[in-house]
Design a protein around this ligand. Structure first.
Ligand code: HT7
Ligand code: ZN
Length: 873
């Protein structure tokens, strides 16, 4: 496949000002007539052919300025439409195409989901509907007429505002016309036609405009959309209050569909969602589901400004909308919930997904410089690391200047297709700072490692901290420049008091900017040896090596004013122990006991004052986290044993506290998804997990009772998760009971698939194969595939990475099967191989062979071909 390069960008030779679309929906023969008002682009080349993009479209007719073009005047293939001598002044091009939405298993362009019609156009799906200049810097005003059988599709939705609707005389058909006054790129186009239920409410914007906001779902499930609608309303209020951004159309519609490649899509005025991120009831959704729904509803809504009003010039600028919008949704969730707890959750995800990606063969910069398949760049790096860059910028310039910079960015770039440079310029303009060094974060891949060494001078009462940064080589980038790294820090005395020492290199907000490979700062007036608390709030996406002893870290766990670093301290102590045990390094009993007693005293003193935070402290680093920390010659079985041992030890040492928590935190009131209630459930279920690690029999009894009596999905699923770790009839009966209870609930059965796929036992491979034959499983549905196969590959460290290679072989065969239907889905599954190079040699050889078996297959999609080749490099 052809390599697309950032440096080759040039403006389009033609522009499209207006698009009139007439879409006549039909299950297999949908007719699309597109009338494009076009003109040569003054910034483009002149006297060049007009080349429109297509993808599996079938051309029926073409006319230029109402004159039908003859064969010879144009050249059409399913991939492109070329007019060799287009007019040199404005013209109208009318193109009629026919497409088959039922046969569209790629879920890109116009397709059917549960009989409903819907579209997905980002990144390059519009060209699967009609021939077009399908690139984000071509902005047009769209008017869409949608027509369908009334019985098949009583609801017809488009972008923008509704203009007109009615019957098509003498037929069973009807139509609706939508007009979107805001110029937009084709990737933001959407339409929906189907039988859908609706919940709605009026919203008044800050300037007093009336908007109707609505969520459409499968009929009968309307009550499960209430939480999503409420989250939307809260998002709209928050964006007005925090960023001064107001909604701009008369309606805002969200539609939930059950077949969807990603989480959701921010089409202008018509967001389309994976139903997993809309539908929620206490009986079917967990606390995590509720939190995800809130975050994704907010994310897509926030795109209305960061993405739609200001869009991207080209796909290399993807982080411009995605990183910024993730930052915005993170801030929203932090304001709506607990900021420190949310920050820890964000960092856990960043490390698990982005750090992993950045240390793998798939590592790439937040703004890549080249791609073969853009769908493969909707990654944790672009999204999550992209958000961290925005957060660092805010840390460096401060809250007020950040808001002023954002306002300037929106004002100066509204209605345009912008670049990362435009974004940074707004902040440079409002602060007068030179941000060119900072911009390395967009261009250099790899996670920097920062070594931190402290030296206390007792006589001089000074404390010096030496910093050293290194950025590992990554594909295409053997050497790097030092980055600008904001280090938020403070000193804590050995008895836990904050120390007010002075250092001119540290700003009043507690920020030191590390912008060289090595640097040192010195605090004066330090009365006793301090414990440094660095990278508070995880102020930069870096790995930190600290020379602190476990005792010093436990001082931080107990006393640091920064909640993130309290959690981090416990994680670091536990991680050191887990790595030692996993790699055959002896751990002294005293070390294990001191960690356990720190946990016990934490539970004693602090845990109940913030249960959500306590649940995070009591959860050890995952097996995947430990593997990443070890980094090479990884033996997943040894890691699994080590983690089990440490959990058992802590469980036994803190048994009484845990039992006490389990009892006192039992739910007495009706379920509510709010953060405080969710936190209590999280702590109680973390206690159940540790109790079970300490005493399997007692744990099994408690978990069975909880499973049977639970009043909500969070508690039922957590107890089933605990039962999954104990082989035997109790577990198998619970699995059967759950299946029966939720047999008509696809989203709940997904959870059931996931739990079974994650069982760390040899029989799981056969179980997964059996489940693929289950009537609820379908290789065509991304949620089903991700819940069974994705979970097996991403969550089950020991069984996916089996020493006999059978886990790799299974994934390879499924990737090849999925690739024939849905390349995006297949290539995402394939990224589970990104850890293969860090495994020990036997597993490594099996993985290489599995990857080679994929690479050798003829007719691979561009998506899978790209990932497999980069993985093998
Ligand atoms: N902007 C969207 C990204 C996207 C996508 C969504 C659904 C299906 C295919 C897709 N390809 C790219 C989602 C977002 O980040 O908001
Ligand atoms: Zn997004």
């Amino acid at each position: 496949a052809q390599l697309v390069r950032l440096e080759d960008y040039r403006p389009s030779d033609f522009l499209i000002d207006r698009v009139e679309l007439d879409v006549r929906l039909h299950p297999t023969m949908t007719k699309v007539t597109a009338t494009l008002s076009m003109r040569p682009n003054p910034a483009g080349r002149s006297d060049v052919p007009l080349v429109l993009d297509g993808d599996e479209v079938n051309l029926k007719a073409i006319a230029l300025d109402e004159r039908v073009l003859e064969v010879g005047e144009f050249e059409a293939s399913p991939q492109s439409l070329v007019i060799s001598q287009p007019p040199q002044q404005p013209f109208r091009l009318t193109i009629e195409t026919e497409i088959d939405p039922t046969a569209n298993t790629k879920l890109m362009g116009l397709y059917r989901s549960s009989g409903n019609y819907c579209t997905q156009c980002e990144a390059e799906g519009f060209r699967r509907i009609t021939y077009f200049l399908d690139r984000p810097d071509v902005l047009a005003v769209y008017t869409t007429r949608i027509e369908a059988e009334r019985v098949e599709a009583p609801v017809l939705l488009g972008n923008g505002n509704p203009v007109e609707s009615g019957a098509v005389e003498g037929t069973g058909r009807h139509y609706a016309i939508w007009h979107d006054p805001f110029p937009k790129p084709s990737y933001l186009f959407a339409l929906v036609g189907g039988r859908l239920g609706r919940v709605a409410k009026p919203f008044t914007t800050m300037s007093g405009r009336k908007v109707e906001i609505a969520v459409y779902v499968e009929p009968g499930k309307e009550h499960r959309a209430d939480y999503a609608l409420d989250a939307l309303e809260r998002s709209m209020i928050w964006d007005e209050k925090v960023f001064g951004r107001e909604y701009d159309l008369d309606v805002f519609n969200i539609v939930a569909v059950s077949d969807f490649n990603m989480g959701a899509m921010e089409n202008k005025g018509l967001n389309i969602f994976n139903d997993k991120y809309v539908l929620a009831s206490p009986e079917t959704a967990t606390d995590t589901d509720y939190a995800n729904i809130e975050a994704i509803i907010a994310h897509e809504y926030f795109h209305n400004w960061s993405g739609n009003r200001v869009t991207c010039r080209d796909w290399f600028q993807l982080c411009l909308k995605e990183g910024l919008t993730v930052f915005r949704d993170q801030e929203f969730s932090s304001d709506e919930r607990s900021r420190p707890v949310h920050r820890i959750a964000e960092v856990k995800t960043l490390r698990a997904r982005q750090f992993l990606e950045d240390s793998s063969p798939l590592s790439h910069p937040v703004r890549p410089s080249q791609y073969r398949e853009i769908n493969n760049f909707y990654t944790a790096t672009v999204y999550e690391k992209g958000a961290e860059i925005v957060r660092m910028l805010k840390t460096i310039i401060g809250d007020e200047d950040f808001r002023r910079g954002m306002d300037l960015y929106y004002e100066s770039c509204d209605g345009t297709a912008a670049t990362v440079e435009d974004f940074l310029k707004a902040f440079a303009d409002v602060t007068g700072r030179d941000l060119s060094h900072f911009s390395h974060w967009y261009a250099q891949s790899g996670t920097p490692r920062v070594n931190v060494h402290g030296h206390y001078d007792e006589a001089a009462k000074t404390y010096r901290i030496d910093f050293k940064q290194q950025i590992p080589p990554t594909p295409g980038q053997p050497t790097k420049e030092p980055m600008v790294i904001p280090v938020v820090l403070g000193l804590v005395s050995q008895d836990g008091q904050p120390m007010q020492a002075a250092c001119e290199r540290v700003s009043t907000r507690g920020v030191f900017l590390l912008d060289k490979a090595e640097d040192s700062i010195t605090f004066t007036g330090v009365s006793s040896r301090p414990v440094p608390s660095v990278f508070r709030g995880f102020s930069a996406p870096v790995k930190v090596s600290l020379d602190l002893s476990s005792e010093e870290l436990l001082v931080l766990l107990r006393h640091d004013t920064d909640a993130f670093n309290r959690w981090q301290a416990a994680q670091t102590v536990a991680m050191r122990m887990l790595v030692s045990l996993s790699t055959g390094v002896a751990v002294r009993d005293e070390e294990m006991n001191s960690l356990a007693s720190a946990f016990c005293s934490f539970m004693d003193r602090d845990a109940l004052s913030d249960p959500a935070f306590a649940a995070l402290v009591l959860t050890l680093p995952s097996e995947a986290d430990i593997a990443q920390e070890i980094g090479k010659d990884v033996d997943p079985d040894a890691i699994h044993r080590a983690r089990k041992e440490v959990r058992r030890h802590i469980g036994r040492a803190c048994f009484e506290h845990l039992t006490d928590f389990y009892r006192t935190l039992a739910e007495t009131e009706a379920y509510s998804p709010d953060a405080a209630s969710a936190g209590r459930r999280a702590l109680r279920n973390a206690a159940l997990d540790l109790l079970t690690a300490a005493d399997q029999q007692a744990g099994e009894k408690l978990a069975s009772e909880q499973f049977e009596t639970a009043s909500n999905m969070t508690d039922r699923l957590a107890s089933l998760g605990v039962l999954m770790t104990i082989p035997g009839m109790v577990r198998e009966n619970a699995i059967g009971d759950f299946e029966q209870r939720y047999r008509n609930e696809p989203l709940v059965l997904d959870k059931w698939f996931t739990l079974q796929a994650a069982i760390p036992e040899d029989t799981t491979l056969d179980r997964v194969k059996r489940l693929m034959e289950h009537p609820a499983f379908s290789i065509n549905n991304p949620n089903r595939v991700r819940s069974l196969i994705g979970s097996f590959a991403m969550l089950n460290q020991v069984q996916f990475n089996r020493k006999d290679g059978a886990g790799y072989a299974l994934l390879a065969s499924i990737v090849l099967r999925a690739d024939e239907l849905n390349p995006q889905l297949a290539s995402r599954l394939l990224t589970a191989f990104s850890t293969w190079k860090m495994m020990e040699s036997t597993r490594r050889s099996h993985a290489r062979r599995a990857l080679q078996s994929i690479a050798q297959k003829p007719n691979l999609s561009r998506d899978v071909g790209d990932i497999v080749n980069r993985s093998l490099e």
